[in-house]
Design a protein around this ligand. Structure first.
Ligand code: SIN
Length: 475
C-alpha cells in the first residue's frame, strides 16, 4: 500500500484534511465532482454482473486476502486513523482489528446466502426462494470509525456480489482511501469498490438517491440527514440501511456490582472520547447507590490522560473539530446553569486543539438539553431514579432507540428490563456490545436495518420466490 507519507504528500487535491489534535492540514486529496461520481456509478453498475457471477467461494478468497492485508498493515492504518480522526493509537489499532473482522466474517457468511424450499400448497407445484445480490450500492460513512464503518458496509456488499461506491466523511477520507488501496491489492476490481471523497456532501447524497443504477444506500450519520436521504430515496423506492443517532441510557440498579458498573460506564462513555452513536448518553443510577457510584466514576474520570492520540499514555484524544468542542461545552454550560454539578471537568482542556476535559455531572434532570441531545463528547451526566419502572420510563423517554445498557444481578430483572427497553441493542452487565457477529442497528428514530451478523448480509440481497408448476404425476 501507499504509505501514510505518500497519502499526505498528495497535496494538490481540493479536500483538505486536518489533524484534530493540532488543526494543521496533513493532506489534500482529490475531491470528486457529481459528474465524475455519476460516471463512476455507471462503471460500477457495468462491472457488477461479472463480480456477481463469481462463486461465493471465489469472492470469499479475495475478501480473505483483503482481510490479511488489513491485518498486515495494522500500524500504518492505525497511524492514518489517529492522524485524521484523533483517537489514540491503541484505540485506532482496536478499530483496525474491528474493521478487519467484518471482512473476515462476511467472506465466510457470503457462502451461506441460502435460499429455501417451502412445503408446497399443491401436489404438482414446488415453492422455493433464492437470494441474489441487490446490484449496485452506495454508502456514506462517518468520521468516528473511518475504517470500521467502511468495512461494515463494503464487506457484506462485496460478499453478496454487489458493487459499491462509497463517500467517506469529509474529515476522514485517508482511512477509506487506504482501505480501498488494500482492496485493489487483494484483487477486488477497481470498479467494484470505489471511494469518492468530496468537499460538498449534499449533492452526492441526492445523486445516490436519484441515480437509477443505485439499488441500495447504506448511511451512518445523523438522524436529520437520515430523514432527508429517506425522503430523497423514496423517488426510486430504494432499499435503505440507516444507522442514525442515539441517546443511550446506562442504568445501574442497586443490586448491581458497582465496580463492574463503573468499569462498564468508563468503556461505554469514554470510547473514542465519547464520540460514538452507542456511547452512554444518560447514566441513570438508583438513588440509594448514586453517591457511591458517582464518587467511584469521578475518581476514574479525573485520572484520564488527555492529549494527542500519538502519545502512548493518552486515553482521551481530541474531539473531531472546533464545532464539536463548542457543542459539547454548550450542553455542559446549559446543564450547569440549570442546576447540574460538575464533579470533575466541565471546561475545554488547556491543550491547544479540540480537546475537552473528561467530565462528570451530577444533579442532571431529564428536561436538560444534555439529556435530550447526543453529546458526542467525554461528558458523563448522572441522574437518579427511584425504582425499576421509573428507570424504564426515563430510559424509553426519547425518540431514539439505538443502544441501552443496564447493570443488575437479579435474573428476573435481566429479562424484564431487557424486554421493556425500546432499543435495538442491549448490554446487560456489559458496556460495549459491538461485534461483527451481532446485528448492529436501532429502532425508532435511530434507523433501519442491521449491520454485521448474518442479518448484515441480507441487507445486500434480494429474496426471490419461484413457484415451479406443471410437475404432473409420476407415469
Ligand atoms: C458508531 O458510532 O456509529 C459505531 C459504533 C460501533 O460500531 O460500535
Amino acid at each position: 500500500m501507499r504509505s501514510l507519507l505518500e497519502l499526505i504528500q498528495e497535496t494538490d487535491g481540493a479536500l483538505a484534511v486536518d489533524d484534530p489534535a493540532t488543526g494543521e492540514i496533513i493532506a489534500r486529496v482529490k475531491a470528486y465532482s457529481v459528474d465524475e461520481i455519476s460516471s463512476i456509478i455507471q462503471k460500477a453498475d457495468a462491472a457488477q454482473p461479472e463480480w456477481a457471477s463469481k462463486t461465493a467461494k471465489e469472492r470469499a478468497n479475495i475478501l480473505r486476502k483483503w482481510f490479511n492485508l488489513i491485518i498486515d498493515n495494522m500500524s500504518p492504518l492505525a497511524a492514518i486513523i489517529t492522524a485524521e480522526c484523533g483517537k489514540p493509537l491503541w484505540e485506532a489499532k482496536g478499530e483496525v482489528t474491528y474493521g478487519a473482522a467484518f471482512v473476515e466474517w462476511f467472506a465466510e457468511e457470503g457462502k451461506r446466502a441460502y435460499g429455501e424450499t417451502i412445503p408446497s400448497f399443491a401436489a404438482n407445484k414446488r415453492v422455493l426462494t433464492i437470494k441474489q445480490p441487490i446490484g449496485t450500492c452506495a454508502a456514506i460513512t462517518p468520521w468516528n470509525f473511518p475504517i470500521a464503518m467502511v468495512t461494515r458496509k463494503v464487506a457484506p456488499a462485496l460478499a453478496a456480489g454487489c458493487s459499491i461506491v462509497l463517500k467517506p466523511a469529509e474529515a476522514t477520507p485517508l482511512s477509506a482511501l487506504a482501505i480501498e488501496q488494500l482492496a485493489i491489492e487483494a484483487g477486488i476490481p477497481k470498479d467494484i469498490f470505489k471511494v469518492v471523497p468530496v468537499t460538498n456532501p449534499a449533492p452526492v447524497g441526492t445523486l445516490f438517491c436519484s441515480d437509477p443504477h443505485i439499488r441500495k444506500l447504506s448511511f451512518t450519520g445523523s438522524t436529520q440527514t437520515g430523514k432527508l436521504l429517506m425522503q430523497q430515496a423514496a423517488q426510486n423506492i430504494m432499499k435503505l440501511s440507516l444507522e442514525l443517532g442515539g441517546n443511550a441510557p446506562f442504568i445501574v440498579f442497586d443490586d448491581a456490582d458497582i465496580d463492574a458498573a463503573v468499569e462498564g460506564a468508563m468503556d461505554s462513555k469514554f470510547r473514542n472520547a465519547g464520540q460514538t452513536c452507542v456511547c452512554a448518553n444518560r447514566i441513570l443510577v438508583q438513588e440509594s447507590i448514586a453517591q457511591e457510584f458517582s464518587a467511584k466514576l469521578t475518581a476514574k474520570v479525573a485520572a484520564l490522560p488527555v492529549g494527542p492520540g500519538c502519545d502512548d499514555a493518552v486515553k482521551i484524544g481530541p474531539l473531531i473539530g472546533p464545532a464539536a468542542q463548542r457543542k459539547v461545552h454548550q450542553l455542559v454550560e446549559d446543564a450547569l446553569a440549570a442546576g447540574a454539578i460538575a464533579q470533575t471537568g466541565g471546561t475545554a482542556h488547556d491543550n491547544e486543539g479540540n480537546f475537552y476535559q473528561p467530565t462528570v455531572l451530577t444533579n442532571v434532570t431529564s428536561d436538560m438539553a444534555i439529556s435530550c441531545n447526543e453529546i458526542f463528547g467525554p461528558v458523563a451526566p448522572i441522574m437518579t431514579f427511584v425504582d425499576e419502572s421509573d428507570a424504564i420510563q426515563l430510559a424509553n423517554d426519547t425518540p431514539y432507540g439505538l443502544a441501552a445498557y443496564f447493570y443488575t444481578r437479579d435474573i428476573g430483572r435481566v429479562w424484564r428490563v431487557m424486554e421493556a427497553l425500546e432499543y435495538g441493542m442491549i448490554g446487560v452487565n456489559e458496556g460495549i456490545v459491538s461485534s461483527e457477529v451481532a446485528p448492529f442497528g436501532g429502532i425508532k428514530q435511530s434507523g433501519l436495518g442491521r449491520e454485521g451478523s448474518k442479518h448484515g448480509l441480507d441487507e445486500y440481497l434480494e429474496l426471490k420466490y419461484a413457484l415451479i408448476g406443471g410437475l404432473g404425476k409420476p407415469s
